[in-house]
Design a protein around this ligand. Structure first.
Ligand code: NDP
Ligand code: 2IT
Length: 451
């Protein structure tokens, strides 16, 4: 890292020493910016300012469970950067949520949203609420309490939240209803809405579909494709499900899926029928992936273990790996297992699922590697398309939205690939994504006087 950039990194650590995930996300970006600052020394002021969120809101969320007991959770919204558009980014409900995790996600979102080419700034929010095992009524009461504070800080031209881990269509519905009631207006203040009240076709599918469109572009740079390729997918939520569907569309063979309790390996491949069973299990019955092994023949189920280096999912021999669960789910030695198994491409569906050691291992071994801020940008890009449709009070067809999504992913691939080439990081999508995402934000931030 060059000295002026290293000083910025040191100041981030000194200011918030207890935010490891945020440090990790910042370090990865700053590591790429050397040649950019060398060419444009005035951009160092943008770097200094952009590692500090524009605003962070923290609030109390009291709610009563079905037994009548009061529960108090914490809500946070990190409004990271609005220089190219309103803050935009998801809400995560998971017991692990804290300021470090939301700042890492908000920081990543700034670059990701810039890469989509759409006018969206970056933000992220959520709560340490755990939706697992809660009744619908409990989730509804929680969402209403959450929005009873958040509503005064967001708006269609100010900050537009969406889903993330633990926040899907059900939660967005309850959140939107409460916003509409409190603000006394019907606007596109959230994305991922239901189709009957302003949602966009393809938004639920968009992150997973976009991921596979991006991975297809990567493979094609080596003359390869998904046709006949075996694919390891982790997670079994929104991103994993639609990644699996698009892999099937392109002739690939998904062999694994997981949740936090364990993973299944299906040597005969997860076909459409089995995938629709998983979708029903996860989205309607809210069950565990283990049940797949009870339902279908010849399935291996492996329980997850608490120790590090123990995620045997990545010991599966596959051509492509799509980590779609959560941050830091592949470390250096797990990456080595994938390399030993002959993996050709790894594309992040989740945000930062690979540790820095894992990324280094892939790059050193010539594995095509896509960082989430490029390869999972299809979700937020389609959120951007939902905002456009809400603004013009129109709904586009499935085909229209899907073809716009595909075009955006092809453009992000081209932009990250060519930017890496231009700045001396040939074949390195991490550097390409960081630099391309940064340039647009830096230019607009500097022209506006770094506020
Ligand atoms: P979901 O809540 O729908 O699914 C999350 C999946 O990951 C579940 O299978 C869950 O298992 C698993 N998981 C979550 N936390 C952990 C953990 N700590 N350890 C092991 N497994 C875990 O979320 P999404 O599919 O929406 O999000 C998945 C990832 O994709 C996240 O990193 C998110 O930030 C990212 N992302 C999402 C986008 C979207 O549009 N939804 C867009 C871009 C990125 P379990 O049910 O057992 O917790
Ligand atoms: O990480 C992400 O990009 C998301 N969770 C989607 C954000 C959005 O606003 O659609």
């Amino acid at each position: 890292m060059d000295t002026s950039i290293k000083n910025v990194y040191d100041s981030v650590i000194a200011r918030d020493p207890d935010q490891p995930e945020f440090h990790q996300a910042v370090e990865e970006v700053l590591d790429s910016l050397g040649p950019v600052i060398e060419a444009n020394p005035e951009y160092i002021d943008v770097v200094k300012s952009m590692v500090e969120p524009e605003r962070v809101i923290q609030f109390r969320i009291p709610w009563y469970d079905d037994e009548g007991n009061l529960n108090v959770n914490r809500g946070i919204r990190v409004q990271f950067n609005s220089s190219i558009g309103p803050y935009k980014g998801g809400l995560r409900f998971h017991p692990s949520v804290n300021l470090s995790i939301l700042k890492f996600l908000g920081f990543e979102q700034v670059f990701k949203n810039s890469l989509t080419g759409l006018p969206m700034g970056g933000g992220k929010g959520g709560s340490d609420f755990d939706p697992k095992g809660k009744s619908d009524s409990e989730v509804r009461r929680f969402c209403q309490s959450f929005m009873s504070e958040l509503w005064r800080h967001i708006g269609a031209d100010l900050d537009v939240p969406a889903g993330d881990i633990g926040v899907g269509g059900r939660e967005i519905g309850y959140l939107f209803g409460m916003y509409r009631k409190l603000a006394n207006e019907f606007t596109g203040v959230l994305t991922g809405k239901g189709l009957s009240y302003g949602g966009s076709l393809i938004r639920p599918e968009a992150t997973g579909y976009g991921l596979v469109y991006f991975a297809r572009e990567m493979l094609s740079t080596k003359g390869k494709s998904f046709e006949g390729a075996s694919v390891a997918i982790s997670g079994s939520g929104n991103v994993a499900q639609y990644a699996c569907e698009k892999v099937l569309d392109l002739g690939g063979k998904p062999v694994t899926m997981s949740d936090s309790s364990g993973f299944i390996y299906d040597s005969s491949g997860i076909d459409r029928e089995k995938l629709s069973w998983i979708m029903d299990l996860k989205n309607n019955r809210r069950g565990r992936i283990k049940e797949y092994a009870d339902k279908f023949e010849n399935i291996e189920y492996t329980e997850s273990k608490p120790e590090p280096n123990s995620n045997e999912l990545w010991a599966t021999n596959v051509d492509v790996a799509l980590p779609c669960a959560t941050q830091n789910e592949i470390n250096g030695s797990e990456a080595q297992l994938l390399v030993d198994g002959g993996v050709i491409a790894v594309a992040e569906g989740a945000n930062m699922p690979c540790t820095p050691e894992a990324v280094e291992c892939f790059l050193e071994n010539g594995v095509l590697f896509a960082p989430g801020k490029a390869s999972n940008a299809g979700g937020v890009a389609t959120s951007g398309l939902e905002m456009s449709q809400n603004s013009i009070r129109m709904n586009w067809s499935r085909e229209e939205v899907d073809s716009k999504l595909e075009e955006i992913m092809i453009n992000i691939h081209k932009n990250t690939f060519e930017t890496a080439e231009k700045y001396g990081f040939s074949g390195n999508y991490v550097a390409g994504a960081n630099i391309a995402g940064f340039l647009k934000v830096a230019e607009s931030s500097l022209s506006q006087g770094i506020l």
